[in-house]
Every structure is written in C-alpha cells, then in structure tokens.
Design a protein around this ligand. Structure first.
Ligand code: ARG
Ligand code: ZN
Length: 865
C-alpha cells in the first residue's frame, strides 16, 4: 500500500484564504463493507453532481488506498481514464451528474494510527474526523460536502455479531459460511468526517428517551459484556443531556436510535458521529471501585459534549477546518453549562478556568499560539487544541454575557434555524448573534483573529477630596507567531467595588474595555473601596491589579462571587510564593490565616473550600515568572505546603476524621466531602506528623471508592515510605487486568512530587504493562510526566530525552498521539539557558528522524522557529 509520509516531501500548508467551494458534490453515497480484520473490501457508490459551471475533473481524496476497480455509470474505467497522485484519485467526467464506483481493500488490523477503520480489542471501529475517511474509501474528504449515507456491512457472525452504523437500522440477515449482514440508512446529509461503523461482540445497555414532541428514541450503550455494570452513569448522563438540550436550547433529537460504543484504543476523548458516537472507554465506564469523582464528571461532560454536537456540529457543521471552533468552542460552552447545572456552578467555573490557564494560556504564550480561527495549518489534527476548544468556549461565553440569556437564546435559535443542514463559518455564528441578539460585534470579532492572551492592568485610585475612585484600565495583547502587532480587543469585565466597612459591594457592573487605555470614575466613596474585577472570569485575560495582600485577604473572606473569591485567595498565595522565590520578605501567615478562615467558614460549600485552599500549581507559578525555575518553585511551594500543614495540623486531622462518609454516594455533597477530605490528607501528610504515611495508608486500605483510594496513593507517592511501596504493589496487583485503572497506577507515579520521578518513569517505560499501542497508556505515563514540571525539567535533561525518545518511537505507529507530546518540549524559551539548550537539542534530534510524520514535523519545526 502506498505510503506518502516520506521525509523528502515538504508538507503542504493549507490556508484559510484559499477556500473555494467544492467542484463536485456527492448528494448520495452507498457503502458496502466486506468486513475482516486483515483485509476489508470497500465498495463505494457515489452519485456526483458538478457544482457550478466548470470543466474540472472529479478529484477524490485517498490515503494509503489503491483502486482495485473504478466504474463510471456502470462501465469499468481503463487504466488511462484515471490517475492517482499523492493519494488523490482524478477522474475526468463529461456530464453534470454521474455514478462513480470504487473498490478498495484496507487492513484494519495493521492500522496503528487509529484513523480510518481499525481494530481495537477484537472490535472493528472507525474514526474519521478530521481526515480519516480518506483512509477508508476515495471521497472528497472535506466538511462542506454533505451526503446521505446508506451502509451495508457483511461480517463473520461469530466474531462480529453486532453491526452498527450511522442513522437507523433498516434490514439484516444471515449469509452462508457463518457470515451475516446489516444495512443502516442515515437520512440526514452529513460530511464524511461524521461517518462511523462498528462491528464486534458487544453487549448493550438499552434504554429509551421520549423527546419533547413525544417521539421515542432507543438508546444503546455498547460495551464488552463484562463492562455492562459500568455503563449506568453514562446512560443517565445521556438522558440528562437530551432533556437539557430541549430545555435550554429547544433542541430535540432527530433519529429513532442513538448509540454509543466504548473502545479501548482511541486517540482522544470521543467522537460525535451521527447517531453512533464512539468513545474512548475512559469516558463511558465508571463504577465506585475504579472511577474517581473526576472520572465520573468526565463521563458526564463528554457524553453531553458528544450528544450536544448533534446540533452544534452535525445539523450545523463546519464549512472548512479553519471553522473548527464553530462546533467545538460552542459545544464545550454547552457541556460546561450542562455540567454546572448538574452540580455546582461555582466549582465548575473554577475547574474550567484552571484548565484554561494550564492548557490554553500556556499554548497562547508559546510557539504554537494560534487564533481561535487559524489562518493556516500543515496537519489539521494538530489544531484540536485548548485554543480551539477552551478559548473558543470562552468567546461564546463572553457573547452570552454581553447579550444576556434571552437575547443569547434568540441568537442561537436564529443560528440553528438559518444554518440547519449547512456547513457554516464562525462568521455565520457571530452574525446570528448580532441579528438575533441585536448587538454590534464588529470589534469583538478580533477574538477570532488575534492569538495571545490579553493582559489587562486595572489600577484603582482614590481621591478623598472628591470622594471618588477612578479605575484605570489598560490592555495589551502580546505578539504571537505571525502577529507582531495587535489591536485593542473588546473585553467584558464584570466589576464590583467593595466597601471595607460593610464587607459588601454596591452592585456588579459589566464594564466594556475597548480602548488600549480607558478609565471610569465612581462617585460616593469617602473611603477607598476594594476592587473585585473579572468576576466569574468574565473574559479570558490576565489581570494585574494594584491590590494589596490585605485587599486580597479581604476579598478571600467577603467576595460574594465565588470565582472572584477563589481568585483572591489564589493571588494571595501566588504573591507569597513568587515573592519567596524572588528572595523578597513575604508574609506567609496571611496565607495560613486565610486558609484557616476559609476552612472553618460553615457557610461555604466543602467542594469550594477544597478548591480555594489548594496551592497554585507549579506550572501556574512558572507562568508568573520571567524565567521558570522549576527547582525553586518546587522548593517554595513545598515549604509553604509543609507550613500550612504543620500550623493547622489539628484542623487537618479533625477534618480528615470528620468528613469520612458512611456509604458511597455521588451527590454533589458527597463529592465535595471527599474532595475536602483528600485535601486535608494532603496537608496532614505535609505537616510532618509522624503518622502521616500511616493515615494515608489507612485511607488507601479502607476506602470504598477510587476517589479516596487514588488520592491516598498520590499522597503516599510524593513521599518516601514503606507504605508508598506497599500501596503501589497492592494497587498494581488489584488492577493489573483492568487497563483503565492500571493507567492510574502509571499516571500517579508519573505525576508524583518525588525526587526520583524521572528515573521511575524511565523504568515504567520498560514495564511489561507499558505499550505505545494504546494512547491512554501513553498519556498516563508520558503525558502525565511531561505535565509534572519539577520532574520533567530535571536539570540533567533526562526528562527531555525520555519524552523525545517516546515521540520518535510513537511517531512510527501513531503520529497524531506522538505530536501531542511535543508542546512541553516546545516551551524552551521560558527556561534558563541550560535547560533551553537541552530542550532545543531534543527537538532538533526529533526533526532529523527519517520518515517523520507531518504531525510531528509541524509541531517540532514551529517550536524551533
Ligand atoms: N470532534 C471530537 C470531539 O470534540 C474530537 C475529534 C478529534 N479529532 C482529532 N483529529 N483530534 O468531540
Ligand atoms: Zn467536540
């Protein structure tokens, strides 16, 4: 089979401005699969129609395909009637409509890229987004070609008793030689990236949902028989999502069946194929024995995300891949709000901002920074990023905030109505918001164009003579690759001024910062108020203020906006830690006091308390420094943690004992109690108390749920104790046959704050249960390790070498997953010269590798620029 990933070809760059409508449309396609793991035959019948007045030939994308036979209107083409160049099949056609048939053979079993049709644990399944369909059959593989699909599959009935595809099942039957067949039709025209099929020996958790107009939908979650008991949470999440989309957006499901399949080998979280979502099993399977509360929330959020795509993605899809955030940003926004409604709005917002800062702010300040609507790419798989997803969601959130709930809903109604059945653009979405919500978003559009995280300086100055206070706001957007100069953005800042006497503010205002520099004056302040700004994280920006530690301590005790309150607490800690690292005198007692007050405040939600009192991550502290010093950061943070532990030891001990639940429950209250208990354990262990490891081991042994078991293991993994080794052994032996849970064993060690983590990770890479073939396992070990700042940036440079070796080896199997490990190495500019040189050297070494994929080539070469 042809392999066009040669190192000699310079990867082609695709540009947004080069978009042209397709030359040919494909209103209908019939696919016939003779399924077999070693050799699957694919017969495709395309009805093609010429789009516009031109005489260009039909060009069909293919990747690693050779046509066995081609027919046009029933007649077999001779060898000189078609050509194959760089995967593209070109056929000259004379009329405006034809029937084109192709026959190919593919090998799912040998497909280690996990794109196209591949085998996973005895199943055959597909992944087509973004450009995997071209690995299955010849087709115009672009999202603006929408077709009605009819799919027939034949397969060995014993190996593959279940045959699923998009849409509704229409017919099935038996064949001689132990084979059988099934046909599925999807009445909704869709782009080929939404095509899916699954064949295998699967059991079904079957349920039903009645839509708001009274239609009954058959729901199915398909897994290995043994995993059926672990599907209840996903099913509940699905039904909740269906009801939520009806209630909040007026969107109803549109087919008679909705199926979800869980597979063990998957490049990312899940995929929204029409009527047949395919999931990484880690986002379906959950039970108390093996899933943490974070896992449960992940299942709920991803099930919702993929379900919501049925409208934001499938009914209205993307015109081209530069518009990816049109569906992803909007759908993330939708799933975030759904999860908030299912649990706590305050805690969900804090978690989402933490993720945004950890992943997106880092991306935005490095060599891979790109706008929410990018201008160019080499490999589109590299653009499924935190910027497209999470910053994209923040853009929708800002529009929703500026419009208010009713007008935002009018805007989304108009958007769905106007573009149903179409392939749309980000511009179409913004225009629907303007028209439906009656707002001018001219300047706001810059958020789609300009990369980089805006910086806002907010300086409050009080004038006792006029009894007024002036808020001076200044903004700047740092340069990013290809964008040296930036224009001022439209930044919505929810703001309040607190009266220190009463502990209250006089109203929350939405200030629109639209100029580079702007000021607002507030009258009626005989004494200086305290500024609460970017409340609820109303804009994805970095805010600098002239607030004192005392002001922050005040807000951490009084701000009624939970995000702002959390933020004040975090900023208080950041100032102390960054000050300490910089050798300045700092007041750690203020942090200890704020933590004590927060922990003992009976009015606060335990889940909120747990968020508020945790120290900012080492990576976040690094982001606050001109040059990241991983060792100094670790030392300072660790010392503060020990001090908080020691000074409040009785409190931690008491909390750890008191918050022990009686029986496992998944209510927000029970989850909050576990979160707080685990935080108490962390501080108790840090306190230096002689029984720290014993208490942690006790929690590890007695826990009736994975949330407490894993947290105890993680606490032990940070230290050096006999209990550490014992717990790791017990955990391994208990879960060695359960891949998803064994991932936690790898991940916990890779994440550990332990001086030997880098050597342990090297050993774990040679462990008999480690494999590059499974993306979850790779992420559990190397992905987690690369996110462990102190360990990864070990001054020996060993960490860099380990990750680079992994990238090189994995690239030969699965370039998409390999490329995801590049960004941590690409951040070399943020580190001291010695580390930067070693990181660059590893990137250069990767680039010299013969046959490097374009996925890794793009990420590495951009990182070196
Ligand atoms: N559309 C999928 C989702 O967000 C993800 C597809 C990711 N594709 C990729 N090539 N990385 O739910
Ligand atoms: Zn998505």
């Amino acid at each position: 089979m042809a392999d066009n990933s040669s190192s000699l070809t310079i990867p082609h760059i695709v540009r947004r401005q080069d978009y042209r409508p397709p030359d040919w449309l494909v209103p209908d396609i019939a696919l016939d699969f003779a399924l077999d793991a070693a050799a699957t035959r694919v017969h495709a019948t395309l009805s093609v129609t010429r789009n516009g007045d031109h005489d260009r030939p039909l060009r069909l994308d293919g990747d690693g395909l050779l046509p066995l036979e081609i027919r046009v209107d029933g007649a077999v083409l001779a060898a000189d009637q078609w050509s194959l160049d760089g995967g593209t099949l070109t056929i000259a056609l004379s009329n405006s409509a034809h029937m084109v048939e192709t026959f190919v053979e593919i090998a799912p079993q040998g497909n280690s890229k996990l794109m196209g049709l591949y085998a996973s644990g005895g199943l055959l399944c597909t992944q087509c987004e973004a450009e995997g369909f071209r690995r299955i059959t010849f087709f115009p593989d672009r999202p603006d070609v929408l077709s009605r699909y009819s799919v027939r599959m034949t397969a060995d009935k014993a190996l593959y008793p279940v045959l699923l595809a998009n849409g509704d099942p229409v017919e099935q039957g038996d064949l001689p030689d132990g084979r059988h067949w099934a046909r599925w039709n999807d009445p909704f025209p869709k782009p080929c990236y939404l095509f899916a099929l699954v064949a295998g020996d699967l059991a079904c958790n079957a349920d039903r949902f009645v839509t708001m107009s009274g239609r009954e939908v058959q729901l199915g979650i398909w897994v290995r028989e043994a995993d059926l008991p672990r599907t209840a949470h996903a099913m509940q999440a699905l039904k909740n999502s269906m009801a939520w989309d009806e209630r909040v957006y007026g969107r109803e499901y549109d087919l008679d069946v909705f199926n979800i399949v869980a597979v063990a080998d998957f490049n990312f979280g899940a995929m929204e194929n029409k009527g047949l979502n395919i999931f990484n099993s880690r986002y379906i399977l959950a039970d108390p024995e093996t899933a943490t509360d974070i896992d449960y929330d992940g299942v709920e959020g991803v099930v919702a995300h993929e379900y919501f795509h049925n409208w934001s993605g499938n009914r209205v899809t993307c015109r081209d891949w530069f518009q990816l955030s049109l569906k992803e940003g909007f759908t993330v926004f939708r799933d975030q709000n759904f999860s908030a409604d299912m649990g706590s709005h305050a805690v969900k917002r804090i978690e989402d901002v933490r993720i945004l800062r950890a992943a997106q702010f880092q991306e935005d300040s490095g060599p891979l920074a790109h706008p929410v609507r990018p201008e160019s790419y080499m490999e589109i798989s590299n653009f499924y990023t935190a910027t497209i997803y999470n910053k994209g969601a923040e853009l929708i959130r800002m529009m929703a905030l500026m419009l208010g709930p009713e007008r935002f809903r009018a805007g989304t109604d108009l958007y769905f109505d106007r573009h149903d059945g179409e392939a749309a653009t980000c511009e179409d979405f913004v225009r629907a918001m303007e028209d439906g919500g009656e707002i001018d978003l001219a300047q706001f559009r810059l958020w789609y164009e300009q990369a980089g995280t805006p910086h806002v300086r907010a300086l409050l100055s009080h004038d006792p003579a006029t009894q007024s206070v002036t808020l001076l706001l200044e903004q700047s957007v740092p340069p990013t690759p290809g964008q040296p100069e930036k224009r001022p953005m439209a930044i919505p800042l929810r703001t309040a001024l607190f009266d220190p006497e009463t502990g209250q503010h006089r109203g929350d205002e939405l200030l629109m910062l639209t100029e580079a520099r702007q000021s607002v004056t507030f009258a009626g302040w005989p004494t200086a108020p305290i500024l609460s700004i970017n409340r609820g994280f109303s804009a994805p920006v970095i805010v600098e203020t002239n607030r004192s530690q005392a002001d922050l301590a005040f807000l951490s005790a009084h701000d009624d906006d939970p995000f702002a309150r959390y933020e004040a607490m975090q900023q208080l800690m950041v100032n102390v830690l960054v000050g300490r690292i910089g050798g300045q005198p700092v007041d750690e007692d203020a942090v200890v006091a704020a933590i004590r007050d927060t922990v003992t405040n009976p009015l606060l939600d335990p889940a909120f308390i747990a968020e508020a009192i945790r120290l900012p991550s080492e990576a976040y502290l690094g982001d606050q420094m001109a040059v990241v010093d991983p060792d100094a950061i670790h030392a300072a943070r660790d010392a503060l943690q020990r001090r908080i532990g020691a000074e409040l030891e009785p409190l931690w001990r008491d909390m750890h004992g008191k918050t022990k639940a009686n029986a496992f429950a998944l209510s927000p209250a029970a989850k909050g109690a576990r979160k707080l208990r685990n935080t108490a354990l962390l501080y108790l262990a840090a306190s230096g108390a002689a029984d720290g490891a014993t208490v942690a081991f006790g929690q590890f042994s007695e826990a009736d749920n994975m949330t407490e078991r894993q947290a105890a293991l993680a606490t032990l993994a940070n230290g050096a104790s006999a209990e550490r080794e014992a717990a790791l052994d017990i955990f391994y032996n208990r879960y060695r046959d359960d891949a998803l849970t064994l991932d936690k064993w790898f991940q916990t060690q890779a994440f550990a704050f332990h001086p030997d983590t880098v050597d342990l990770v090297e050993e774990l890479g040679r462990h008999k249960d480690f494999t590059l073939a499974n993306p979850n396992r790779v992420r559990a070990l190397y992905g987690a390790f690369a996110g462990n700042q102190w360990a990864f940036h070990h001054k020996s440079g060993k960490g860099y070498r380990l990750v680079a070796d992994c990238i090189v080896a994995l690239d030969k199997l699965n370039p998409q997953t390999a490329a995801r490990l590049v960004p941590p190495l690409g951040r070399w500019r943020r580190f001291d010269e010695a580390r930067a040189a070693m990181m660059r050297a590893e990137l250069q070494r990767i680039l010299l590798e013969p046959g490097l994929s374009k996925d890794v080539t793009e990420q590495v070469s951009k990182s070196l620029e």
